[in-house]
Design a protein around this ligand. Sequence first.
Ligand SMILES: Cc1ncc(COP(=O)(O)O)c(C=O)c1O
Length: 328
Amino acid sequence: MNRVYLDYNATTPVAPAVLDAMLPYLRENFGNASSIHTFGQKTRSAVETARELVAALIGAKPSEIVFTSGGTESDNHAIFGAISELLVAPALLPGPPSEATFHSQHEMQNRTARSGCAAKTESASSAPHVITTVIEHEAVLNACQELERQGASVTYLPVEADGRISLDDLRAAIRSETKLITVMHTNNELGTVQNLTAIGEMVADTDVYFHTDAVQSAGKLPIDVNSLHVDLLSLSAHKLYGPKGVGALYIREKTKLRQFLFGGHHQRGLRPGTENVAGIVGLGKAAELASQLWQAAGRAAHRRTPRQTRTRLARQGPASPRQWRPQR
Ligand SMILES: Cc1ncc(COP(=O)(O)O)c(C=O)c1O
């Protein structure tokens, strides 16, 4: 029986050009990207090229891209990184407290001793507040639920009949304790696209961080982190014809995130651990293929008359995933 694979939101096959780009880094170019000798320099340069390609896909600077193990890690890093520093229960968090949390941990111990019970948050009203939606992927929903157990307060916005949140609901949910809004770009089951530009504009001049899980949209929709006004964005290679187990987190310059993993100085200490060079090269190549596709689509759209464009969009939607299919 000839089986047809239609579950491209679950994962995509690795594009042949991506595999070709990766193979040398699984064979002869095996150096550790942190080694200072020639073997290491070769892989370091491949990692930095991939960083540039991923940055170009979303309109970011290479220095704002941190490679991770995938969408789940990127989401967790963004959410816990933005909020956990603000909780008065850092002892509940994995890993040693950073300098900034040490003081509050000390305070918490005193308070716990005085009250005889575990202090969860400074007070219900000053607990950091997060806004998300009920349709997020579990990587976001379960991270938010864990934040609630650690003392944060979370609002889960419903979606309307069109699968999008109401901007009025969002505006009404924002309060002075709101520190993070995390709203996915494209839903993995519905395919609905949230109006990130409007959300980004709503919080652009505030100190509320705006994170989006763009795992399902990166490479499939044009993304510009500046016009969306996002501070944090998660993506994953295996959803855009790259390999599994590698992704990226965009962290806007000057965004203060608590360290999530503790270890060596890789990726400026933001994400310690020896880089998965072949995976990162694969993600970079997948990002490059997607960028080229968007550029070609942009040139074609430029050549079309407005009437032809309207007819094409009505028939096909904004981008044809058929163009993405790897050659067999
Ligand atoms: C919207 C969304 N976010 C996050 C993830 C998790 O990504 P990963 O599989 O790379 O951990 C997925 C995967 O299905 C997803 O669809």
